[in-house]
Design a protein around this ligand. Structure first.
Ligand code: 6PG
Length: 488
């Protein structure tokens, strides 16, 4: 193994942690002309990166952490790319011990935003900048151009921003990286991005199961449908890869690969965080919630085993004529699009609520702009979201803004047909169904929540407000005649 001892102050930026994501990010930085210091706790990884890719560009490898830090030009910028959690804290402590005031530590992992807020405070107390940067795009994105969502001090963005903008994906020549806000803002929006990703994936899966049940179509035939959809308003990375996945045939059996994969969806936790945080902020993110719970339901093997054989009293979906089949496919497409609008609208609501709670000035239009390329949820659709927030940065509800309001109204009949057909046929489509329920809730002039308030007042004196008078009221339910009192 080679021992790397670099010259001091020769690197523009450094990457600590050379797993696939870290190595690819380092290669991207180096390819873009930044002398990139690289270090890994296990030296074999540094060795491998230099052996396999050292000829690509200017790397500054180190075998010792002290040398890695010394190799960085002041103010130093060190990116941490290790497993999110305690490892990030451990690496921060090591780096901080060797750094000077004004140096910048950047965490590009999928860290929980509250950890990032805590770490930023910890770093600031030591005179250091801490940047929590969301990075999306998977391994290929890290190498060729991810979408980057950095949070932290504006001063740290001055030093880091140009490098991140240079290595990020571009859309119409615009970099998919922008300053998001103080401390945890970058990781917060990345968390919601991932929550939306869960919903996006689930609605695609729901469309797939409906097409399979309703048409009796093969995965390859459904791949063709997704490929056709990818030419229109649903155009997105996730629809594109779905067509590829559905076409994949298992080499050993000749069966569609998707039929051989265990139907239990895993998760690393970012969707769960999005839902937990939404509950704390009292924001309904039903599409993300149902998508996250659907992964849980698929993985609940004891419950699924116990539920096998229960009679659903269902009538199979039978769609016979070519005309009816074509209409069904179009209904499914519209149901998917409408549910996608709900997922994004709710995700942006959560971002607004998070910004208000944590004091971040998040520009939602700019955020949608940097999600147009590079990231996993990249889609043609994000261009419209960008324009909607540019037209009105204080938009209270994305779903009610154009072009989404009109498109949703146009798709709503299809969504209603699909949700009812699926219910009768016993095909589980939790995000489609909850998206319709959400739409009907927010457009309703009056909700049965009035009854909930009365029930709460009955058993717990929790009070209610009246539609006809100002004030807080309580009915004395246990007293004869049940008189009403005004409490405030
Ligand atoms: C991205 C992805 C990335 C990762 C997810 C997968 O934006 O590049 O979201 O962050 O693939 O963490 O998440 P789950 O394992 O929870 O599905």
């Amino acid at each position: 193994m080679t021992t790397f001892v670099p010259e001091a102050s020769t690197a523009d930026i450094g990457v600590y942690g050379l797993g696939v994501m870290g190595a690819n990010l380092a290669r991207n930085l180096a390819r873009n002309g930044y002398a990139t210091a690289v270090f890994n706790r296990t030296p074999a990884r540094t060795d491998r990166l230099i052996r396999e890719h050292g000829g690509e560009a200017a790397f500054v490898p180190s075998s010792a952490l002290e040398d890695f830090v010394a190799s960085l030009r002041a103010p130093r910028v060190a990116i941490i790319m290790v497993q999110a959690g305690p490892a990030t804290d451990a690496v921060m402590e090591q780096l901080a011990a060797l750094m000077d005031e004004g140096d910048i530590i950047v965490d590009c992992g999928n860290s929980l935003f509250t950890d990032t807020i805590r770490r930023e405070k910890w770093a600031a107390e030591r005179g250091l900048h801490f940047v929590g940067a969301g990075v999306s795009g998977g391994e290929e994105g890290a190498l060729w151009g991810p979408s980057i969502m950095p949070g932290g001090t504006p001063a740290s963005y001055e030093r880091l921003g140009p490098m991140f903008e240079a290595i990020s994906a571009t859309y119409d020549g615009v970099p998919c990286c922008t300053y998001i806000g103080a401390n945890g803002a970058g990781h917060f929006v990345k968390m919601v991005h991932n929550g939306i990703e869960y919903a996006d994936m689930q609605v695609i899966a729901e469309a797939y199961t409906l097409l399979r049940e309703g048409l009796g179509a093969t995965p390859a035939q459904i791949a063709d449908i997704f490929a056709a959809w990818n030419q229109g308003e649903l155009n997105s990375y996730l629809i594109e890869i779905t067509a590829e996945v559905l076409r994949q045939v298992d080499a050993s059996t000749g069966a569609p690969l998707v039929d051989l994969i265990v139907d239990a969806a895993s998760q690393k936790g970012t969707g769960k965080w999005t839902v937990q945080t939404a509950l704390d902020l009292a924001v309904p993110v039903t599409a993300i919630g149902e998508a996250t719970f659907a992964r849980g339901a698929s993985s609940g093997s004891a419950q699924r085993a116990a539920g096998q054989g229960l009679d659903g009293n269902t009538a199979p979906l039978v769609i016979e004529t070519d005309e009816a089949r074509a209409a069904f496919v179009e209904d499914v497409r519209r149901a998917l699009f409408a549910s996608k609008i709900v997922a994004y609208s709710q995700g942006f609501d959560e971002i607004g609520a998070g910004a208000a709670e944590y004091g971040w000035d998040i520009d939602k239009g700019a955020l949608a702009r940097i999600w147009r390329a590079g990231c996993i949820i990249r889609a043609a659709f994000l261009d419209d979201i960008t324009r909607a927030y540019e037209a009105d940065p204080a938009l209270p509800l994305l779903l009610a803004a154009e072009p989404f309001a009109t498109r949703f109204e146009e798709c709503a009949p299809a969504l209603r047909r699909i949700v009812s057909q699926a219910a009768l046929a016993g095909v589980p489509i939790p995000v489609f169904a909850s998206s319709l329920a959400y739409f009907d809730q927010i457009r309703a002039t009056r909700l049965p929540a009035a009854l909930i308030q009365a029930q709460r007042d009955f058993f717990g004196s929790h009070t209610y407000r009246r539609v006809d008078r100002e004030g807080i009221f309580h009915t004395l339910w246990a007293e004869p005649g049940r008189p009403e009192e005004q409490w405030g």
